[in-house]
Unconditional design. Structure first.
Length: 247
């Protein structure tokens, strides 16, 4: 009796364990397609219709306020506002976006350039601005060629000073009114400097404290005879000795 009872209990526990394992396997199989589908989705910024409409409305408002300089306004990548302006409108537009109550883009997070050689105006200057008051960003773009400089943004955003130097170093392009460009030569017969009285860069004959233009490419130890390696001197011959034969 006891043995039959034990067999009954063991059989019931085994069947319940098999049922539980089968149910867990089914749940795992059902969960796998969902996890795999979620992993394959790209990580992109979700589209927000409300934010998109607000940015578009603000862009239209800025274009209406400054129609002389703003040529195009668009919202790209869902929630990124871009304003394309004329090169003459760099200072007015940046000043408007910084000081206007509804804008307050007082932080310049970045200034860079894009070189597109196929265009007539091959350089595209890009200003990225941030408004901490409204937690919003805006991108201002303008264009120019190799010979026409754009007004420096330093009077509006002091942070543009370093960014403009980087643009000059990378693209060999300058900004009008920027006195601290890295165009000062290390050698030559003419040097340039910024004159505070004339308010421009002037060229003058170079004045160097040493002969910088003369380079001695030999080893520096050659100028010290004591440090030269002594050469093997020929043996002295006494009277009547013959010179050794050369091999």
């Amino acid at each position: 009796m006891a043995a039959s009872l034990m067999r009954f209990v063991r059989g019931g526990l085994g069947r319940s364990f098999n049922i539980a394992s089968r149910s867990s396997c089914l749940l795992q199989q059902q969960a796998r397609p969902q996890s795999s589908s979620s992993e394959t989705k790209p990580t992109v910024r979700p589209k927000d219709a409300v934010t998109h409409n607000q940015l578009a409305a603000f862009g239209e408002y800025v274009a209406e306020m400054m129609p002389k300089y703003i040529q195009q306004v668009q919202v790209t990548c869902y929630n990124e506002l871009e304003v394309m302006i004329h090169p003459d409108g760099v200072i007015p537009v940046l000043t408007f976006l910084r000081d206007h109550t509804n804008a307050q883009f007082r932080n310049m997070t970045d200034l860079t350039a894009v070189d597109i050689p196929t265009r007539q105006n091959r350089f595209e200057i890009v200003y990225n601005l941030l408004s901490l008051r409204y937690n919003s960003r805006i991108r201002v773009k303008t264009y120019t060629d190799e010979l026409t400089p754009v007004d420096s943004a330093v009077p509006v955003h002091i942070a543009a000073s370093w960014y403009e130097r980087e643009v000059w170093d990378m693209f060999d392009y300058g900004f009008e009114g920027h006195p601290f460009r890295k165009d000062f030569p290390l050698s030559g017969y003419v040097e340039v400097r910024y004159d505070d009285e004339l308010k421009r860069v002037v060229a003058e004959p170079v004045e160097l404290a040493q002969e910088f233009r003369k380079f001695d490419l030999s080893t520096p130890w050659e100028v010290f005879p004591a440090h030269r390696e002594p050469k093997d001197a020929a043996p002295k011959l006494e009277a009547g000795d013959k010179a050794p034969e050369k091999k």
